[in-house]
Design a protein around this ligand. Structure first.
Ligand code: SAM
Length: 221
């Protein structure tokens, strides 16, 4: 059975305390959802959520929101979160990233993580890639003044496309590495589920850390 078709996942999600419901009505008020004014970082396409759980554990003064399109995948993240109820700084939203501007107000997101985003290899689907110029323009609006984006992938074609997009859109490329694990940036790196899987197969992991035009480049992430 395909994971996304697990029966009952929508019902479980509808009632779960870690999932934010009616996400569009929180636009501009996300700090109230967490009950504090800590910065909010978002992973788009978080999958089963292990990266964000570790981030939330290591950074209790930061709030983390995981966005995932498929209920059945989100269900796995919920199951893990239930084993760590102390992580009150971590919540999930089931939504398609295409809707992101309806869900967040300009400047509301402190930082964005894109980990092993879907490659959409066909040219005619390029605009669906989460690092396309269309998405970069959205992130530029939604990021706080010091905000940026970190993107990791083992897909070299997608990575080169993303580097080109960032350059074309005038973003500052603070870090670009095609061998993250062999670089100085490996220290403190939290591996995602896909990152672990693909690096065990011997694939090199690419990473870029980029900031929109005019934004500060030196935030620690
Ligand atoms: N980030 C995780 C990791 O690195 O282990 C999961 C990577 S997985 C290849 C990509 C995930 O992004 C999938 O769970 C998929 O459902 C989700 N996804 C893809 N496109 C999305 C979109 N437009 N909006 C929200 N989630 C999306």
């Amino acid at each position: 059975m395909r994971l996304r078709n697990i029966p009952g996942s929508r019902e479980v999600i509808a009632e779960n305390e870690y999932v934010v419901h009616e996400e569009q009505s929180h636009r501009g008020q996300w700090k109230e959802v967490f009950g504090n004014d800590h910065p909010i970082r978002v992973e788009i396409g978080m999958g089963k959520g292990s990266f964000l759980m570790e981030m939330a554990r290591r950074n209790p003064e930061i709030n983390f929101l995981g966005i995932e399109k498929y209920s059945s995948v989100l269900l796995r993240a919920i199951e893990k979160h239930e084993e760590a109820p102390e992580l009150t700084n971590l919540k999930f939203i089931r939504m398609d990233a295409e809707e992101i501007e309806a869900v967040f107000a300009p400047g509301e997101i402190d930082y964005i993580y894109l980990n092993f985003s879907d490659p959409w290899p066909k040219d005619r689907h390029a605009k669906r890639r989460l690092t396309s110029d269309r998405f970069l323009a959205r992130y530029e609006k939604l990021l706080a003044p010091e905000g940026g984006v970190t993107f990791k992938t083992d897909n070299r074609d997608l990575f080169e496309f993303s580097v080109e997009m960032a350059k074309e859109c005038g973003w500052n490329l603070q870090v670009v590495t095609r061998d993250l694990h062999g670089s100085e940036f490996a220290e403190g790196n939290i591996m995602t589920e896909y990152e672990r899987k693909f690096s065990e197969l011997g694939n090199k992991i690419c990473m870029m850390r980029i900031f929109p035009p005019e934004k500060r480049e030196n935030q620690e992430v």
